[in-house]
Design a protein around this ligand. Structure first.
Ligand code: BES
Ligand code: ZN
Ligand code: ZN
Length: 506
């Protein structure tokens, strides 16, 4: 069951648990002092003896309240030095308190945010960030196994003077969280359940009710429209490939319903629902993780949900290129020379470098059809990206400094970390073929694999369209919960791109 969040001026009578904050010390705020008075100094006494609690950020102490008190327990949570508070830090504080709330069996919780002198952010920002952290961290994937604990959290009520302002901020973040949840959900689905056609149907079900146009191109339509390179990747699978085009008309539409009145911005996602490597088959150890090789598409889909849920004023087109990469008698082979929508021919040296083969057609299609202001693609494209940046940063290859500076500031505001990587003539050149225009592996071999992959994609960017390629391989999956992210599919990209849109395109 999902947690309900509300905002009020006084604690709900149902709350058995109360959370209060101290800022870098043991000094209680106004509400803490009130509760302390009611309990005849019980909280101050407990704090005196709590040797592990100094009010540092993330430290907490759980105080059981005496019989007759309004609450069963008070959790005093260290929020660190007040003036150093940032939205991201408080989101993490909220995310990390979830473990404590669960371990004490809290069900109805009041979180009291007093106005504090010198707080680095406004109390309403503090409150919204704190519950946003809880919201993002409380994600779980329970489709095939029930959650273990029956004592789950039911309701969190945030108590502060500016409750309306806090609610407004949270309403926005809650819409974005819905997008993040969808991205995580589709990533966590197993590949026998989520394959191109079932995925496409799910997108219709999820997004149409929110007002997103969802168009599905089947293989016959893809063939007609020249998605040649993409279709090659799916040839070895019994699951048919498809392309899903999602359109959100946030800016007023003037003419026919399906025409954008203003140039849209565009997002393209790699959606390999399972990547065996094909004939260039991968080693079996850890291959199960390749069910998440649709992580780029998950970000695009989650983004569409987020902007629709919060009724963004932007015009946005999102395209996901879906296929399953399997070996079989019908599969494409190393050595094949294939066509693409762009007209460029490609020699396939390795069938495991399939992401770039599905992406190039959608990149061509979206540029020629929509003439977007910019296009951003997201893909779990290379193992080399992970070797370069580990699991901390997503690599961003951007051909336009203006677009990069916007991405960079959105990244800093949301905590979804991007690191700019190089695009260079040398990488593009390395991807040229001997008997074909391009080669999907190129001449640099293992070295600079993420950069050559970006160099390959750059061959499909037309007329200097501002473009960013985000290689999210390292941000695909994580083993355990961390801050606002959870074990399993991370859902990386939704927050940073949502912020890019809201800050600069509406
Ligand atoms: N989907 C993989 C990349 C990947 C690996 C993502 C691990 C996340 C975790 C991609 O299709 C792939 O296999 N790329 C090859 C390219 C190579 C053959 C040029 C790679 O990175 O080894
Ligand atoms: Zn691959
Ligand atoms: Zn792949």
């Amino acid at each position: 069951m999902s947690i309900k969040f509300s905002f009020g001026k006084t604690p709900k009578s149902k709350s058995e648990t109360v959370v209060i904050f101290t800022y870098g010390n043991k000094t209680l705020g106004a509400s803490g002092k009130d509760i302390d008075k009611q309990s005849k100094g019980h909280i101050q006494n407990a704090l005196k003896t709590a040797s592990n609690f100094e009010g540092k950020s993330g430290q907490s102490t759980v105080i059981a309240m005496p019989k007759g008190s309004d609450f069963e327990r008070v959790i005093v949570l260290g929020a660190g030095e007040a003036k150093k508070s940032t939205v991201l830090e408080i989101e993490n504080l909220g995310a990390n308190v979830l473990g404590t709330l669960k371990s004490v069996g809290a069900k109805h919780v009041s979180v009291i945010v007093d106005s504090v002198k010198g707080l680095g952010i406004k109390p309403e920002e503090f409150a919204a960030a704190f519950v946003t952290g809880i919201r993002l961290r409380s994600y779980g994937f329970h489709v095939y196994k029930k959650p273990e604990s029956k004592n789950s959290l039911v309701q969190i009520d945030c108590v502060l003077d500016k409750q309306t302002a806090a609610k407004k901020l949270f309403t926005y973040e809650d819409a974005v969280a819905q997008g993040v949840y969808l991205a995580r959900d589709v990533m966590n689905e197993p590949p026998n359940k989520l394959y191109p056609e079932s995925y496409a149907k799910r997108l219709q079900k999820e997004l149409k009710p929110l007002g997103v146009d969802v168009e599905i191109l089947n293989e016959a339509q893809m063939k007609k429209m020249k998605f040649h390179s993409h279709l090659e990747v799916g040839k070895g699978s019994d699951r048919k490939s498809c392309v899903v085009i999602m359109r959100w008309h946030g800016a007023p539409v003037t003419k026919a319903k399906k025409t954008f009145s203003k140039t849209p911005i565009a997002f393209v996602g790699k959606g390999i629902t399972f990547d065996t490597g094909g004939i260039s088959i991968k080693p079996s150890a850890g291959m199960d993780a390749m069910k998440m090789d649709m992580g780029g598409s998950a970000a695009v889909v989650g983004l569409m949900k987020a902007i629709a849920a919060r009724k963004s004023k932007a015009n946005v087109v999102g395209i996901v290129a879906l296929a399953e990469n399997m070996p079989s008698a019908r599969a494409y082979r190393p050595g094949d020379i294939i066509n693409s929508m762009s007209g460029k021919t490609i020699q396939v040296d390795n069938t495991d470098a399939e992401g770039r083969l599905v992406l190039n057609d959608s990149l061509t299609y979206v540029q020629r059809t929509y003439k977007p202001k910019f296009v951003i693609d997201l893909a779990t494209l290379t193992g080399a990206m992970m070797v370069a940046l580990g699991h901390e940063y997503c690599g961003a290859f951007v051909n336009n400094d203006g677009l990069w500076s916007k991405l960079e500031s959105s990244s800093q505001k949301t905590g979804e970390k991007l690191w700019r990587m190089p695009l260079d003539e040398a990488y593009r050149k390395a991807m040229e073929g001997k008997f074909s225009d391009l080669n999907n592996v190129g001449t640099m071999g293992r070295f600079g694999g993420a950069c050559t992959a970006a160099g390959f994609l750059e061959h499909f960017i037309e007329d200097d369209t501002p473009w960013a390629h985000l290689d999210i391989a390292g941000k695909m999956e994580q083993k355990s919960d961390k801050g606002v992210t959870t074990a399993g599919g991370v859902g990386f990209g939704v927050r940073v791109l949502d912020r890019l849109i809201s800050d600069h395109y509406e």
